[in-house]
Design a protein around this ligand. Structure first.
Ligand code: FFO
Ligand code: GTP
Ligand code: MG
Length: 435
């Protein structure tokens, strides 16, 4: 399969100034020769007319030919930068298929780059993240990971476990040799340090995962508290229907915001109350479900209402909650609220913005060593951590070495140096065609 020569559009399909295709694999050179008449100089942009098998001109294109291994995939690669258009693309695709090339699967170019040793899995995942990045914070995190900072952390742990494993095996193989008695203590000390470092990385408040996936803020409160009005004000547009009738919002409505560098999904929900109406009751159920999964609940209490702030705070349970008095223009602020706002006269809105920014900043803070960025890494690290803890507690040298081998293979699976085959489909299937 990797002997195939593949091609795909690199740019999204549709009307655009340029559309690009790339080819990768051993038949790239012959294909360029067939389309462009001759092969251009390596890694120099050259302008060529592309022709189909019948000799009809398809387009003029800037062609870049990069022979292996000096290319993105590490194979022979060519890029065709076309004026494009539907008929041009169709013509080029038809010509390439006739030459025995096939369309690439999503992520197949990057998969080949990985298999050819051009990047490790953590870097490949970072490229996917960079393509998807929507905020400056996500971009910085992905770039840092792409440049290898996170992979190096995992490589370093992997090397250290391998080192202690080698010593552990020496203890097994040469039990009677004159190894200093403190060797065992040194090994245990090193494994303990490793569990502490990995433990601290796992226990980082999910800052990296939250930067990558985005934070979720849920607006909750009694009917008519002003939830939809506040959602519209924070979104800066008219997303949700607002009315003086209690029970207006039924479905949870989402908007995407960028607070500082962090992506945030803000969700407006149905007002919480006991109701006979099955549709509204389902809305209330969904509101509670969303709030229980949130990073932050904005719990709204109208100054007109009789329910008190402490009751509202208790209702939110474990989730961090900001209790906000709404409609501050209509009366005195109830005690126990964190903040009072009025969307009518603007009271408290700058303060609310600041609180939300501060929360997002803290929850995704990027200072210090690179944070954990995805669930896949977390799962491997949890396994490695568990096996290292078992190794510390294990008195039997052979069994201890076995725990360390399991820890090593869990760590190796992160960067892809060990036991990787089964992972590839999962990782690269999420990529775009052409990446
Ligand atoms: N036109 C174009 N833009 C692109 C890409 C691409 O493949 N083509 N990339 C990907 O989709 C990214 C850049 N990644 C790349 C990484 C390495 C090489 C490469 O050919 N490296 C060689 C030669 C380096 C050099 O010219 O100095 C090497 O490392 O040996 C190319 C692209 C983003 N922009
Ligand atoms: N005076 C004043 N009225 C407000 C303010 N915010 C909202 N309202 C009014 O309060 C009423 C209810 O507002 P909504 O935003 O629809 O309330 P809700 O919490 O989404 O209500 P449900 O969707 O029914 O749960 C509307 O008539 C709004 O115009 C405010 O800050 N001051
Ligand atoms: Mg509403």
């Amino acid at each position: 399969m990797d002997e195939d020569t593949i091609f795909a559009p690199m740019t999204a399909l549709g009307r655009a100034a340029i559309s690009t295709l790339r080819l990768s694999g051993p038949a790239t050179g012959p294909a360029v020769l067939a389309l462009a008449g001759r092969c251009p100089q390596p890694r120099k942009a050259s302008l060529r007319r592309l022709r189909d098998a019948a000799g009809d001109v398809l387009d003029e294109a800037v062609v870049i030919w990069s022979p292996a291994p000096h290319s993105y995939t590490g194979e022979d690669v060519a890029e065709l930068h076309l004026h494009g258009g539907r008929a041009v693309l169709d013509g080029v695709v038809e010509a390439l298929m006739a030459l025995g090339l096939r369309m690439a699967e999503p992520g197949e170019f990057s998969r080949r780059a990985f298999l050819n040793g051009r990047m490790d899995l953590v870097q490949a995942e970072a490229i996917g993240d960079l393509v998807a990045a929507e905020t400056a914070g996500q971009r910085r995190q992905a770039l840092r990971q792409m440049e290898g900072a996170l992979g190096r952390v995992y490589e370093d742990w992997s090397d250290r476990v391998a080192g202690t494993l080698a010593h552990q095996e020496a203890l097994i193989d040469f039990p009677d040799e004159a190894l200093p008695p403190e060797v065992e203590a040194i090994l245990t000390g090193e494994i303990t340090r490793l569990t502490q470092e990995i433990g601290a990385h796992l226990n980082d408040g999910q800052r990296g995962e939250k930067m990558r996936d985005g934070l979720v803020f849920v607006i909750q409160g009694a009917p008519n508290a002003g939830k939809s009005t506040l959602m519209n004000a924070l979104a800066g547009r008219d997303v949700a229907i607002v009315s003086p009738i209690a029970g207006t919002t039924r479905d949870a409505l989402e908007v995407h915001l960028v607070l500082g560098d962090a992506p945030v999904t803000l969700i407006d929900t149905a007002g919480l109350r006991e109701t006979e109406d099955p549709v509204e009751a389902e809305g209330v159920r969904r509101a509670r479900a969303r709030a229980s999964q949130a990073d932050l609940v904005l719990s709204l209490v109208s100054v007109e209402a009789s329910d008190t702030a402490p009751t509202v705070r208790d209702a939110a349970g474990q989730v961090p909650t900001l209790v906000i008095a709404t409609k501050a223009d209509l009366g005195p602020i109830p005690p126990g609220t964190d903040l009072a706002v009025s969307v009518i006269d603007g009271t408290g809105m700058p303060a609310l913005h600041e609180r939300l920014h501060a929360f997002a900043r803290t929850a995704t803070a990027q200072s210090g060593p690179p944070p954990l960025t995805r669930q896949r890494h977390r799962a491997h690290l949890q396994q490695a951590h568990r096996h290292l803890c078992l190794a510390i507690a294990e008195p039997e040298p052979e069994l201890r070495a076995e725990e360390m081998r399991l820890a090593l293979s869990a760590l190796g699976g992160i960067t892809g140096k060990i036991g990787v085959e089964a992972l590839l489909d999962r990782i690269f299937a999420d990529f775009c065609i052409g990446k």
